[in-house]
Ligand binder design. Structure first.
Ligand code: NAD
Length: 338
């Protein structure tokens, strides 16, 4: 099936072509992000393949539908960038990657937590500069601390299991009870209790209308003073300006983020030779107790291999008229457009 692949980096091409070897789809790769301005690149393509910062809103879907697109396949678990109701109106099917190594993201969240708590990135920068001083590098033991997990699905459970292995008390909040979380040693509490008792809060819930700015000035004020916030889920879960305020007052003791609410114009590209106009991210990276990575938690060989294979399998199933096991329901995305 002729498929336009947007936001295609070199590793996307290599891994997608490898997965496509037996399937033989005609893949057209574009570096560009999908927007209303670039949608015409997909003219004549029955399928398009997108990533987290592509725009698949009603306007883009109008253009795609008029050009003959019938399938949108996102190379991600989250699909908040897609207006699924608008896709449904056009009869365009939407598929995602329901499952791929959740260890990739959970392990990275732990890595970010260790890095911000023990100032590992700062220490490494110092030693490269011949500075072996320990001043300013003190952290705390995680053993015995309370870790709050918001969203106890596939990734949240693995994160909880790892933190329990560190000797932490693990508490969680989720509208649905997951027995695997309790089996990992986690205990369900209300969001308020989680915030007030946790030394570390890690976000593992999807971005929906309900969870947008879940972490805001009010919730941060209810958090335990000095707590560390880790976000490997979606940038829109955190009101970044409120987080900056909490860092300045010391209410937040550390912030480790792999996702950022305005990441679409920044992440997945080398901007090191340009002037970055986003003052908020520039302020964030100026704090000694903040670590920012560019949406790389999923980026392991295992996860990328599974993402690409599932994507190709979905395109093949669509072409053959088979059941789409990774189809997103039309009502599945109340956050599209946020
Ligand atoms: P999942 O569907 O298995 O789990 C999500 C959990 O969040 C579910 O248990 C759900 O009930 C819960 N939830 C929904 N609304 C909630 C709320 N208001 N409060 C608390 N919990 C709530 O998903 P997963 O595979 O564990 O992935 C979690 C998220 O991680 C994804 O939605 C995605 O945004 C993010 N993610 C990020 C990366 C990355 O590279 N940074 C990679 C993959 C996934």
């Amino acid at each position: 099936m002729k498929t336009a692949v947007f936001s295609a980096r070199r590793y996307d091409r290599t891994m997608l072509e490898r997965a496509n070897a037996g399937a033989g789809h005609q893949l057209l790769f574009f570096d560009d992000r999908l927007t209303a301005e670039t949608a015409s690149l997909a003219a004549g393509c029955e399928a398009i393949c997108v990533f987290v910062n592509d725009t698949v809103d009603a306007r883009v879907l109008d253009i795609l539908a008029a050009q003959g697109t019938r399938l949108v396949a996102t190379r991600s678990t989250g699909y908040n960038q897609i207006d699924t109701a608008a896709a449904e109106r056009h009869g365009i099917a939407v598929v995602r990657v329901t499952e791929y190594s959740p260890y990739s993201v959970a392990e990275f969240a732990v890595g970010l937590l260790l890095a911000v708590n023990r100032k590992i990135a700062r220490a490494s920068a110092r030693t490269r500069d011949g500075n072996f001083d320990l001043e300013g590098l003190m952290g705390v033991d995680l053993h015995g601390k309370t870790v709050g997990v918001i969203g106890t699905g596939k990734i949240g459970v693995i994160f909880a299991r790892i933190m329990a292995g560190f000797g932490c008390q693990v508490v969680g909040s989720d509208p649905y009870v997951n027995p695997a979380f309790e089996a990992a040693g986690g205990r369900y509490v209300s969001v308020d209790e989680l915030l007030s008792c946790s030394d570390v809060v890690s976000l593992h819930c999807p971005l929906t209308r309900e969870t947008t700015h879940l972490v805001n000035a009010q919730t941060l004020a209810r958090a335990k003073r000095g707590c560390i916030l880790v976000n490997t889920s979606r940038g829109g879960l955190v009101d970044t300006e409120a987080a900056i305020g909490a860092l300045k007052s010391g209410q937040l003791g550390g912030l480790a983020i792999d996702v950022y609410e305005q990441e679409a114009n920044l992440f997945f590209q080398d901007l090191s030779s340009t002037i970055i106009a986003d003052d908020i991210i520039q302020r964030l990276v100026s704090f000694p107790n903040v670590i920012v990575t560019g949406h790389q938690a999923f980026f392991t060989e295992e996860a990328i291999g599974q993402i690409m294979q599932t994507t190709i399998d979905s395109i093949t199933a669509f072409e053959r008229g088979e059941k789409l096991v990774n189809r997103v329901p039309a009502t599945g995305n109340p956050a599209a457009g946020t």
